[in-house]
Write a protein that binds this ligand. Structure first.
Ligand SMILES: *Cc1c(COP(=O)(O)O)cnc(C)c1O
Length: 380
């Protein structure tokens, strides 16, 4: 029946058509190498858009988290707190540095980090004389965490925040841009994010001097000398001038992309929220979510559960996904400490058992979305 239908992807790239102009100008001036005018412009425009003093473009969001940890002087054995309900890239850089993650649960209102769990973790760890050195705070599926209580706790205990806003560029919390609350913020321009350079990331901060150090590390820590001289460990983490050009053009349409994703969410909500046992990821009062992905929970019963639903949609040529598997449940992080929302309730585990992400691309047509909705209704 639907054999001829083209696959509907979860979150495909959505080019505006302007990208080619910047790619062409990079070719015309032969600025193919990393660094060049597009890179500087892209950094400046991101910094202006989110309202921070500086930005450093990098080859990925993961690289940005890694350099932020190095800027915070994280050493082997140090404890780094991290949201559990996220993509593995949020926490991998902790392992790159030989540090030790401690995972923190979500709270039900935002699906983001639970201030209650965070406080309990810090109090307990401090009692054992192990004060965490940093916090990686993730903003999930386009929605910012409830920052005020989280910032209060971190300020009290003097713990710097790296805000992983890979999924939430353009979202706000009480009117302030996601990714600008911590000492460092990071964005991703991977192919599935709300805007993309095909692959890339950005580190932002008000600390210009720190960003310059990260820029130095990201270009192999090459000393100022006539020969190739290196006094520090370096990385090859810069974004190329060609890809930065794609980023400039994508940033121009970010607001449109946010409107489109929110409209996709709204349609799903209108068509599916009356169904018994179906609930959508909430948008808190203080929050403006980009709805990067429409996420919902479906109470399982004898004939439906998230995995069955995803398999059913797959047969219909629709890509849906389970929500992130919490990191404390990953084999990679076996035995790592975890603090649930309350002693009795692990919110991320509950959401993982019932959560589904639906195709949410800003280029999803109404016809395709109706098809997804109908297929989903069939299996509900
Ligand atoms: C995509 C993503 C990253 C990693 O970004 P890359 O650019 O793919 O390295 C990190 N954290 C979260 C929450 C993400 O969704």
């Amino acid at each position: 029946m639907s054999g001829a239908r083209e696959k509907i992807f979860l979150s495909p790239p959505h080019m505006s058509g302007e990208e080619q102009k910047y790619i062409d100008s990079a070719f015309a001036s032969n600025w193919i190498a990393p660094l060049g005018p597009n890179v500087e412009q892209f950094e400046q425009e991101i910094a202006n858009y989110v309202g921070v003093r500086g930005a450093l473009s990098l080859s990925s969001g993961t690289a940005a988290i890694h350099l932020a940890l190095r800027l915070l002087n994280i050493k082997p054995g140090d404890l780094v707190l991290c949201s559990t309900f996220t993509f593995v890239a949020s926490a991998n850089p902790i392992l790159y540095e030989g540090a030790q993650p401690v995972f923190i649960d979500s709270e039900p209102d935002t699906w983001n980090m639970s201030p209650i769990a965070l406080k309990r973790a810090i109090v307990e760890l401090s009692k054992k004389g192990k004060i965490p050195k940093a916090l990686i705070l993730v903003n999930l599926y386009g929605q910012n965490a409830d920052m005020d209580p989280l910032l209060d706790i971190c300020k009290f205990y003097n713990i710097p925040i790296i805000e992983d806003a890979a999924e939430s560029l353009g979202a706000t919390y009480k009117g302030k841009m996601s990714g600008t609350f911590g000492k460092y913020g990071i964005y991703s321009f991977n192919g599935n994010k709300i805007i993309t350079t095909s692959g890339g990331g950005m580190l932002v901060s008000d600390d210009i001097e720190a960003l310059e150090r990260a820029r130095f590390w990201a270009t192999q820590s090459r000393d100022q000398a006539r020969y190739y001289q290196h006094s520090q460990l370096g990385f090859n983490y810069r974004l190329s001038n060609v890809l930065a050009g794609i980023g400039i053009a994508q940033l121009k349409v970010l607001e449109d992309r946010i409107c489109a994703r929110r409209a996709v969410f709204k349609r799903y909500f209108e068509m599916l929220s009356q169904i018994d046992g179906v609930k959508f990821m909430p948008e808190a009062d203080f929050s403006f979510s980009t709805r990067w992905l429409t996420a919902l929970t479906i109470e399982p019963n004898s004939y439906r559960n998230p995995i069955k639903i995803i398999e059913y949609l797959e047969k219909k040529n629709i890509e849906a996904r389970l929500v992130w598997k919490p990191l404390h449940l990953q084999p990679l992080f076996k035995g790592i400490q975890y603090y649930s929302h309350t002693e009795e309730e692990s919110v991320s585990e509950r959401l993982f058992n019932i959560g589904v992400c639906l195709p949410s691309g800003s280029n999803l047509t109404i016809e395709d979305q109706n098809y997804v909705i109908n297929c989903l209704k069939e299996c509900l």
